[in-house]
Each structure stands twice: as C-alpha cells, then as structure tokens.
Design a protein around this ligand. Structure first.
Ligand SMILES: Nc1ncnc2c1ncn2[C@@H]1O[C@H](COP(=O)(O)OP(=O)(O)OP(=O)(O)O)[C@@H](O)[C@H]1O
Length: 330
C-alpha cells in the first residue's frame, strides 16, 4: 500500500458572479448567480514513503486545491484519498499529527509573538512530549540557523527568515510527510538555496516524504526525483524530469565562435537558430546526430575559437509541455 493514495479526485468550487458596477453589486446582494469552477476533475497518483515529488502546473491548475485536500483542509467532491491508511478530511486530528504543511504565502506562526513562543504553542497544540520537543526544536533551530531570530516577533522577520521559521514550525511534531506549497516564493537566491538544501537533507537523511509545489523550476531541478504535471484538473504527466525532457524537448544547442565571420552552414540534422558576427547557434536532435559529429564536420572546414553544447533550460521544457497540452494559465 503506498503512503499516499489519490484516486479520481474531483473538486468543484462555486463562485458568485457579479455584474459590473454599483448596480451590479446591489443586484448581486438580492439575487446571487453562481458559476462553477472545476478545479480538479480526476486526479490520480500515489506516493511511496520517502519519495520527493515535484507537483507542478500552470497558475490555476489545481495544485493548492490538491494540497488542501491532502492536508485535510478541504473535502473533495469525488474520488478517494488515503494517507497512511487515513482519510485526511475524515480523520483530521490523527492525520495532522503525521503531516507538516507550509504554504509559502501564509503563516502558521503568530504574527505578534516571538518565534519561540509560537513554537511552544505548536508543541501544546500537537501535544509533543516536552523532552522530545526540546531536542527536535534545538536541532531544527541549528539546521535552519534560527538562533538569533527566536526572540523576534514574526512580523519583524524578513521573508526568507520567516520561511525558515515556518519550515521549522511545520516539523516540530516530527511528521513523516511534508507538504510544501511554493516554499521559495519571493526568496532571494541564498535563502532559496538554504531552503532547498534543508528539504533535500530532510528527505534523504530522515526519509520524510515531500510533496513540493513550485513555479521555480530550479527547485524542481535541484530536488525532485519525480514530477507530476497537472493541468485542466488532470494529471498530464507523471515521470522523472529527464524522461519528460526527452519526450518534450530533446533538442540540444551547439554554440560556436569562429575565428572569422560565422559561415552559412548546412549540416544534416542541425538547424541554424542564430547567426551573429562570429557566433553561430545550432539546434540539433541528439537522436538524429551527435555533438561530436557536428563539431568534427565544422572544425574540418572552419577555424573555430570556442564551442560548447547546452540543453534547453528546464523552464523552456516546461513551457513547451504546457503549450503542447494547451495548459497555459487555467
Ligand atoms: N476558494 C475558492 N473559491 C473559488 N474558486 C477557487 C477557490 N480556490 C481555488 N479556486 C479556483 O480553482 C482553480 C484551481 O486553483 P488552485 O489554487 O488549486 O490552483 P494552483 O494550481 O494552486 O494555482 P497557482 O499556481 O496560481 O497557485 C482555479 O481556477 C481557482 O480560481
């Protein structure tokens, strides 16, 4: 039995419609019109203990809705969810003791309280054994470099500092599963790296299962062994990222700087993408030709100063995938 099982999950929201202007607002008070939004149609996947899953999709695809259902905040309209044998929305109290949740855009700490007091409150809420709590807290404080922040009210923390405190807060009761909804949103580069490094360690050394949603493809590249892409309320892909790349945008790019002006080249299997002064950019499909074959053909006929090969950035691969599935912003 997988640790997380999701089958045919469906969730529809009812949204009040309003005509524009003041008159529309008044009319809306008297007679409401409703529209439905199918956030999830039939989402199915499962996760084994210790996996680190990147859960991605364009804006409005249903990622947060899925996390809210998995964490027991929302009840689905259809389908089945079981996490360690519990149904999150039905067995909420038992369930929340086993999971940690971080929503990048919201805080679970108390805005006006010093960080350490918020931690202590969570200890009481989760009824964590005091000795165990102290050991876990001190370890998290050291790992996330929170020592100097403990006495500061949460509202005084920078975004990056707050995010580190939020992650610690979500882990004080030692959950076996961590849901991270955009944990690096708005963070500067060093803070992003710190969060990534911590999440990786938590997963690899403690075996905590992680489900991560993010729009930052570098998070995915750095962390996720497996990626699920959702769009239109459905799972569009579920595979290791490299398999997705191979299916979507296998092409490689060859960048050549010539000793003189870049020549007009016509090489089988390669297409000139850009030619500018002495530089040339070629795109090629590695299943058709290879970088060494192209380099050999070019250097046999032309004096070359520099040459390197790149693969398309992960953002490009994902953008192309959304495009192919007509899944841009739902
Ligand atoms: N409380 C709500 N009431 C009405 N509609 C909602 C509500 N929450 C989400 N939706 C709608 O459900 C759909 C899925 O939203 P959700 O927040 O799950 O997407 P997401 O993939 O997390 O998007 P993003 O990447 O923009 O955060 C969207 O069309 C959204 O407008």
């Amino acid at each position: 039995m997988p640790q997380i099982l999701v089958q045919d999950l469906a969730k529809t929201y009812r949204v009040a419609e309003r005509d524009p202007g003041m008159l529309g607002a008044v009319r809306g008070l008297v007679r409401r019109r409703w529209r439905t939004v199918e956030a999830l149609k039939d989402v199915s996947f499962s996760l084994e203990r210790g996996e680190l899953l990147g859960f991605i999709g364009p804006n409005g695809a249903g990622k947060s809705t899925t996390i809210k259902i998995l964490s027991g905040i929302l009840r689905p309209d259809g389908g089945r969810v079981e996490i360690e044998g519990l149904v999150p929305y039905a067995d909420r109290i038992k369930h929340v003791a086993r999971i940690g949740v971080v929503f990048g855009q919201r805080t679970q700490l108390w805005w006006d309280l010093p960080v350490i007091d918020g931690f202590d409150l969570l200890r009481d809420i989760y009824r964590v054994d005091p000795q165990r709590y102290k050991a876990t807290r001190d370890e998290l404080v050291a790992m996330l470099r929170l020592e100097k922040l403990l006495d500061q009210p949460v509202r005084q923390l920078s975004l990056g500092q707050r995010m580190r405190a939020e992650i610690a807060a979500a882990l004080l009761h030692e959950p076996s599963i961590l849901f991270l909804d955009e944990p690096t949103i708005g963070l500067d580069a060093p803070s992003k790296l710190a969060v990534r490094e911590f999440v990786k360690k938590l997963n690899q050394e403690r075996g905590v299962t992680v489900l991560l949603t993010t729009h930052d493809m570098h998070d995915i590249e750095a962390l996720a062994q497996r990626v699920i892409v959702i769009g239109h309320g459905q799972v569009l892909a579920d595979s290791p990222f490299e398999a997705l790349r191979a299916n979507v945008l296998a092409e490689r790019r060859l960048f050549v700087d010539f000793a003189g002006d870049a020549p007009a080249l016509d090489l089988p299997g390669a297409e000139v993408r850009n030619r500018d002064g002495r530089s040339l950019e070629l795109a090629f499909d590695p299943r058709v030709t290879s970088a060494p074959a192209l380099i050999a053909a070019i250097t046999a006929r032309h004096a070359v100063e520099d040459i390197h090969v790149e693969q398309p950035a992960i953002e490009e691969v994902i953008a192309k995938f959304y495009d192919l599935h007509g899944a841009n912003e739902a």
